[in-house]
Design a protein around this ligand. Structure first.
Ligand SMILES: Cc1ncc(COP(=O)(O)O)c(C=O)c1O
Length: 459
């Protein structure tokens, strides 16, 4: 008989059975979704502060997207991209390229974020190899950062704790410090930090030998790994200049930031300092369908196709149902002006978060761009001291958030060495009223946490 006990049935069970039991306390069982809300089996309603996994931009139950996928599936469910073509693929890539603009005319589709990151780096390696630059294999990334959970992307991700388990299996890339605005790795301001990291990039390229360095990959707005860190603008001009100088490809991982920053790509905020390749995923399928994309210029893609080609694919890449769904997602975003809306809704949400910061003893920083925001938790606002591992502030706040109708996310990456935060990135369809509701609930959640810490003598 099928067990309906999702907690710990004899067989099967929900995915969280694989996760640390310490971090799955109080997980609600979700049975329904509506717009920006999800509901559990006890009838509790939660505002989805993190859009599923920074992905559900259109919220739950968008009929247009679901219908587009159903209609496409009934017409033509699947044919393999290696042996045939189909229109939904071309329709979607045309829309993505139009939004991405010059320099990103070609769009390679895959099944999610990590796969797209791998595709981007493999594409650049294949391009360099085909052109005779065969020693180019090194990829430089930031510490901390996140680029995925496959064995290859674990190697590029900036997580100091990954090496213990995965070190003997993954190929670890070269790391330089991330230009964190709240905790600059060099100097004392965000700009000094950015200049220091740029110098570190140049020094690393010289140390490795430019002929060996394939790419520098970074998130233009951080996701969970840095809590929406936005590097100082100087960083964008400097990394562009340095990558050009040494013939190193510049790659933007926009798996989270695309669609959320107020422009389609965060790269569009720096039009003079374009990357060679951009990767996106989450907002593209808006959780309706697993999809990722890697964008590059027609010049590069067509040049490579005339040489060896980039002959890699996975079964579900560019499948028709996914393409139809993602095309409908983009139509919704465009017609409802959701991408641009992220700017003014983000400004409103940010203002509320700033005022929470002023009044709360545990909020040290508010940062981000558009509707990709985060709040950082500290034990001491003067010294920026982080809460201890035993307290695991972000997870305790997540749990209190559940009691206040909020679905938050926590992950103490890098053992909290770089701080601890909650990302605040609700669906792009959120209304101004719902933003106030979110902020009110978050304020109460943080008051409860601060009271707990005061009673425990921690504050
Ligand atoms: C910046 C960034 N890169 C890559 C990934 C990996 O994407 P996925 O989980 O779809 O494999 C993520 C996922 O959170 C991400 O935030």
């Amino acid at each position: 008989m099928l067990s309906t006990d999702l907690k710990r049935p004899a067989r099967g069970g929900a995915q969280d059975l694989f996760y640390s039991q310490a971090n799955t306390k109080g997980l609600p069982t979700i049975v329904r979704g509506d717009g920006v809300y999800i509901f559990d089996d006890k009838g509790n309603r939660f505002l989805d502060v993190i859009s599923g996994a920074m992905a559900a931009s259109l919220g739950q139950g968008n009929e247009r997207v679901l219908k587009a996928m159903y209609d496409q599936g009934m017409k033509h469910t699947f044919s393999y991209v290696r042996v045939s073509r189909h229109l939904p693929n071309a329709v979607l890539t045309e829309k993505v390229a139009a939004l991405a603009g010059p320099g990103f005319e070609r769009v390679h589709l895959s099944s999610g974020g990590s796969e797209s990151v791998e595709m981007a780096i493999k594409f650049l390696r294949q391009y360099s190899y085909a052109k005779g630059d065969r020693s180019k294999t090194k990829v430089i990334t930031l510490m901390p950062s996140y680029h995925g959970g496959t064995l290859a992307t674990i190697g590029w991700t900036g997580d100091e704790d990954a090496a213990a388990v995965w070190g003997p299996m993954a190929v670890f890339g070269e790391k330089i410090p991330a230009p964190l605005s709240y905790r600059p790795p060099f100097g004392s301001t965000s700009e000094e930090g950015a200049l220091g990291v740029s110098a570190a990039l140049e020094a690393k390229i010289v140390e490795l030998g430019a002929e060996n360095v394939l790419a520098f990959m970074m998130e233009p707005i951080g996701g969970q790994s840095t809590g929406a860190n936005v590097p100082h603008p100087t960083f964008f001009s400097e990394v562009h200049r340095i990558c050009r100088k040494y013939g190193v490809f510049l790659v933007f991982d926009e798996i989270v930031s695309a669609c959320r920053s107020g422009k389609f790509l965060a790269a569009h905020h720096y039009p003079d300092f374009k990357p060679n390749v951009v990767i996106t995923a989450k907002g593209l399928g808006a959780t309706y369908t697993p999809i990722g994309a890697m964008m590059a210029s027609a010049e590069m893609v067509d040049e490579l196709a005339a040489l060896t080609g980039f002959n890699l694919s996975h079964t579900y890449n560019a499948n028709p149902i996914t393409c139809a769904g993602a095309a409908a997602v983009l139509d919704e975003m465009t017609e409802r002006n959701l991408i641009a809306n992220a700017s003014h809704l983000g400004a409103k949400l940010r203002a509320r978060l700033e005022s929470i910061k002023e009044n709360s003893p545990v909020v040290g920083d508010v940062r981000g761009q558009g509707l990709m925001l985060a709040i950082e938790y500290v034990r001491d606002k003067q010294t920026k001291e982080v809460f201890s591992e035993e307290i695991y502030a972000s997870d305790r706040i997540r749990q209190i958030g559940v009691d206040h109708g909020l679905m938050l996310y926590s992950r103490r990456q890098n053992g909290g060495r770089y701080g601890e935060w909650s990302v605040v990135c609700p669906p792009l369809i959120i209304t101004e009223q719902q933003i106030d509701d979110l902020a009110d609930r978050l304020e109460r959640t943080l008051e409860v946490f601060a009271d707990e810490m005061t009673r425990a003598g921690v504050l």
